[in-house]
Design a protein around this ligand. Structure first.
Ligand SMILES: NC(=O)c1ccc[n+]([C@@H]2O[C@H](COP(=O)([O-])OP(=O)(O)OC[C@H]3O[C@@H](n4cnc5c(N)ncnc54)[C@H](O)[C@@H]3O)[C@@H](O)[C@H]2O)c1
Ligand SMILES: [Zn+2]
Length: 690
């Protein structure tokens, strides 16, 4: 369970107690908006990039609505706000590609009242309409482009404008044709949802558990994790499937969504059999009830239905906001819940020492997933719920990961909770320190739980990726006394000690020592990520490395300098400062250095020649990839953003530029320049390009 979500109240706390917007001062509103943006970006990354979300979708949705409300009431709009974009940034390891048309999100609610409002607005603007109703598949959205009937590209949604090029992976999915059949249009870009069928997901998870790997929490995470694999052979091995549900662009046009849905199967593109055209909103509501009843019969997860205006002209007239289409609405299903009994309340200790209470439950099937533990977040949550061992509770799984205890339905002991939160750490017996609703063990790395978690993190995917240093091994090293003080102890282990351990031989010992040796000159960014500074994941670590260049410069940076780094707000800046201000953490870093770990300086190229300049790139450039060009601008103090706004100075258009950016540039009066002109501009500012 994640344990690094600390100070920012919106990183974890369910926002049930927002004060009303009117009661806030402008300063308080601005501060809250900043915390919300930071939290939402963090959760977006966990959800879209890492496929490992840590809060419930409902909680996430509430954070987003709150931010929207603040921005509207206090005029706090900001072009980089997560309310202005969908999804997560593309991931650096893949090529970034621009979509032929924006891939937006869908406005949604589980409340019929809002569905009626949607219908009224639609009819108010374009008159009477027919709707097409479809299941809302809970998978991963992709764009697939065919030219002359051949698959040329597939991309994830990314931030809605550009996504990751996952063509090689998508080619391995059997239900997505490489070559279209029938008489397809010359150009066809379609949107669909990739998913893992439920039975395949269960079989796959069983295999993982047998191999000693963690099971995926749900089919959506399994799909998201698979589609971003670096090895297409791994993808081919996993059972993915796909439904197509939208033509993004085509050399042929269809007058209605319904006709589109009839045409796609003729080309071999799979659509969903439950799609229906209905006459008005009442029928759409009836469709939803029917699908809700049938959802457990389906071999794939759905989390609601999508209601779409059928007529293409009317859709065009309705248009879109920055985040969603105005012609579609998702009517979500309620969360899946079941009642079960609390057997025990356990307290886990995370890497940062944070104590998280967890309810251990009689296992219960909640919508196809066996739930045997549910997060209780913190001591206050236990008190609020009044939950005790022996109580019957309702657990909830809202299309997401960590099941929650929603309420106590039958109280064994009556009244408030008698569970006593420990005064000392259940692992190391150090005193516990309270910070607001949170509780922490004060033992630091002397606490074996914290030591274990920090070493696992150091060697994990988000750290230095040390093969052979999994959770079980780390436990063994701690139990056997090979790891006692800090992660630096790793570098003192020798072959004889390893071979003496149960389950170790010469080969495995040699391999691990070689792996450890190979991590002695890590790139600065990887090293920073491996330290496990709260909120500093791979992306933020890269930004820090790029900004400061050396480890010492990061350690010495003051809060102001840290805040100047993209993606780092005041909260994260404070966390980084606190981390390096701690004598214990500094000692760990010094200890690692004494053992020969020498993080390599990162390139901090250039200076501030482009300070104040904001550019947006579109299309493909010939001299650089787009991310190189963006990095070039940023390295020289400029900023490269992904969407055109009034603040943009230039739109740099390469080959096949995106139409939406061009028309935004026209609307905003932003000059459009080509690659040669861009290079001239760099030279004028004294930047030597080659
Ligand atoms: N828990 C978290 O930390 C966290 C973080 C980010 C987002 N989220 C959740 O993600 C959701 C928002 O994300 P989103 O914008 O990716 O998706 P969405 O739920 O708003 O819906 C849009 C998506 O629905 C998909 N879809 C499925 N069937 C469809 C159909 N028949 N027609 C059209 N589209 C269909 C599309 O791929 C599209 O991407 C919210 O539910 C939010 O709570 C959660
Ligand atoms: Zn402890």
């Amino acid at each position: 369970m994640a344990s690094d979500l600390d100070e920012n109240p919106f990183l974890r706390e369910p926002p049930t107690d927002f004060e009303s917007v009117e009661e806030l001062s402008a300063t308080a509103a601005r501060e809250q908006a900043e915390q919300l943006r930071e939290a939402i970006r963090h959760h977006d990354r966990r959800y879209y990039v890492e496929s490992d979300p840590v809060i419930a979708d409902r909680t996430y949705d509430a954070l987003l609505s709150r931010l929207e409300a603040l921005e509207a009431a206090f005029d706090l709009d900001d072009e980089d706000s997560p309310t202005r974009r969908v999804g997560g940034e593309p991931v650096e390891e893949f090529d970034t590609v621009e979509h032929v048309a924006p891939m937006l999100s869908i406005d949604q609610s589980g409340d019929a009242e809002e569905v009626y409002e949607f219908d009224e607005r639609v009819r108010g603007e374009v008159g009477p309409v027919e709707y097409v109703c479809e299941p809302k598949f809970d998978g991963v959205s992709i764009e697939v482009v065919y030219e002359d009937g051949r698959l040329i590209r597939a991309a994830t949604r990314g931030d809605g404008q550009e996504g990751d090029d996952v063509t090689r992976n998508v080619r391995t999915i059997r239900s997505i044709p490489q070559v279209l059949s029938g008489d397809p249009p010359e150009f066809l870009a379609v949107r669909g949802e990739v998913f893992m069928p439920r039975d395949a997901f269960q079989a796959y998870n069983r295999e993982r558990v047998e191999r000693g790997e963690d099971p995926f929490a749900n089919p959506r995470n399994a799909t998201a994790g698979t589609i971003r694999q670096h090895d297409p052979a791994v993808v081919a091995d996993r059972p993915l499937d796909c439904f197509f549900f939208e033509v993004l662009d085509s050399s042929d046009g269809w007058a209605t969504r319904w006709e589109e849905d009839q045409a796609l199967p003729e080309y071999g593109l799979k659509v969903n059999e439950h799609t229906e055209r209905v006459d008005g909103i009442e029928d759409a509501l009836a469709y939803r009830e029917e699908m809700l009843e049938r959802r457990d019969e389906l071999n794939y997860e759905i989390d609601g239905i999508v209601i779409k205006v059928d007529d293409a002209d009317k859709r065009e007239r309705l248009g879109a906001t920055a985040r969603h289409y105005r012609w579609a609405f998702a009517y979500k299903f309620p969360a899946r819940t079941e009642v079960t009994t609390v057997r025990e309340i356990a307290v886990q200790v995370g890497r940062t020492g944070r104590l998280t209470p967890v309810a251990l439950l009689d296992p219960v099937d909640v919508g196809g997933v066996t739930v045997s533990r549910a997060s209780l977040h913190n001591p206050e949550e236990i008190a609020d719920l009044g939950v005790d061992v022996g109580d019957k509770v309702r657990v909830e799984r809202a299309g997401d990961v960590i099941p929650q205890v929603a309420e106590v339905v039958e109280d064994e002991v009556h009244g408030e909770s008698h569970f006593e939160f420990p005064e000392t750490c259940p692992v190391c017996s150090s005193p516990i320190e309270r910070d607001g609703p949170m509780a922490y063990c004060t033992g630091g790395l002397a606490c074996t739980a914290q030591l274990r978690e920090s070493v696992v993190h150091y060697g994990g995917d988000d750290g230095l990726d040390i093969e052979g240093l999994g959770e079980r091994t780390v436990r063994q090293f701690i139990d056997e006394g090979l790891l006692t003080d800090s992660v630096a102890d790793l570098y003192e282990i020798d072959a004889d000690e390893l071979v003496a351990l149960e389950g170790w031989g010469e080969r495995s010992a040699e391999n691990l020592l070689a792996e450890l040796d190979a991590t002695k000159e890590p790139p600065l960014a990887d090293f920073l990520a491996a330290l496990g500074i709260p909120h500093v994941g791979a992306a933020t670590a890269r930004e820090l490395a790029r900004e400061f260049g050396t480890l010492d410069a990061v350690i010495d940076a003051d809060a102001e300098a840290l805040e100047a780094v993209p993606d780092v707000g005041s909260v994260v800046a404070g966390q980084i400062r606190d981390f390096f201000d701690s004598a214990a953490n500094r000692a760990v870093v010094a200890d690692l250095r004494d053992h020969g770990v020498d993080p390599q300086d990162a390139d901090v190229e250039g200076g501030d020649e482009l300070a104040g300049l904001t550019v947006v790139f579109t299309g493909s450039l010939s001299e650089h990839t787009r991310s190189e060009a963006q990095a070039l601008v940023e390295d020289h103090g400029g900023s490269a953003t992904s969407s055109v706004s009034g603040n943009t100075d230039y739109l740099v258009a390469g080959e096949n530029p995106g139409q939406s950016k061009r028309s935004d540039a026209d609307d905003e009066g932003v000059p459009v320049i080509d690659e040669a002109e861009f290079e001239e501009l760099l030279e004028e500012r004294g930047i030597d390009i080659e």
